[in-house]
Design a protein around this ligand. Sequence first.
Ligand code: SF4
Length: 434
Amino acid sequence: MSKIVNIVTLGCSKNKVDSEFLGAKLFELGYKVEHDSDHNSDIVIVNTCGFIGDAKEESVETILSFAQLRKRKKLSKLVVMGCLSQRYKKDLEDEIHEVDAFFGVNDLDKITSLFESEAVPGEGVLCNSTRILSTLNHYAYLKISEGCDRSCSFCAIPLIRGKHVSQTIESLVKEAGMLAAMGVKELVLIAQELTYYGLDVYGKRTISQLIEKLSEIEGIEWIRIQYAYPHGFPDDLLDVMASNPKVCNYIDLPLQHISSRILASMKRNVDKQQTLDLVKKIRERIPGVAFRTTFIVGYPGETEEEFKELFDFVKEARFDRMGVFAYSPEEGTSAFELEDTIDDDVKVQRVELLMELQQGISLEINLNRIGSVEKVLIDKLEGDYFIGRTAYDSPEVDNEVLILAQQKLQIGSFYQVEIIDADHFDLYGKVIQS
Ligand code: SF4
């Protein structure tokens, strides 16, 4: 009988994609693959995150909880992969002996080989896909490149994931076509630095050309982009967003800070004025665009005045969505050499102040949507409600639209929905047309 492998994925959507590729390889070897399952399984693979302090802690705790099961022989194998084990393999091997093997981020083939030796002959099944999705069937992440050539002072990603490597347009179109054939209607394009796409393989930024090609795939109705970078933002990306109806009017552009001094220390290659100009340009060229960003507070030397400058910017700019991280010193990064001057409780307080401010802004923006009619993709049925999303909302992180389950709706289908109520993070709607 096939052994069940549970792949537990922590961290970002890039990790999810890695887990999905691994899942398909294991399936072909005859293993039954589940993602983040609550059921008992024979084998667990933890795909870890090594981004910042909290994420590393969560990864270690998850490994330790499965190590207990391995110790009690409730698991026949425990494998750890991903960013944390890429970064701290030796330390983890020394400390956690119940783990059978640790792998880094580029070790999918090695992991497959480990399982190959124990595969049950004859159990292998040809997988109709190179990925076993961990998301709902109608949306998928498309990882267009790996690694990052930037040198942001706070970020360990280039140390973990290496230099930027773009997938070719041909290979991504093929992968997206396969996803569409599996029923995927929404593609979320992801990368560490999405706007850099193409520079390494084509000698120029080619994100807009890629999007145009992807939009020709039958069955793909929404294309969403995540993780753009302000410096060198390609103008033609705005053209394709404005003109191509399949591209969601949604942008996720981490700005990290607004103080020119801090941006310079962060090595972000833009100052305050350039940031303001870019935000203005995006909004002018894509009217009504949903703007998501992230900031870091408590960066070394961040003064009260610099935090106030950021606070005032957030108040003024009124982003649709915003995430805030407390600065975490990461070994090997250039900011690690700077003194971590801000107390943890001050960092927490600054995170809370910004989030509180954003909550009010999000509520106002959501209330303004009452009365509008929006195209909604139905994700799932939960209790009394169908849960969906508009084109302005990315899966797993943004608003959901709750629709009373009085009429039968099809999961994975689009409906015209009138927004009838709203709170901070959810909208309520009723279907007016299927
Ligand atoms: S662009 Fe993003 S992934 Fe690359 S170094 Fe900067 S923060 Fe890290």
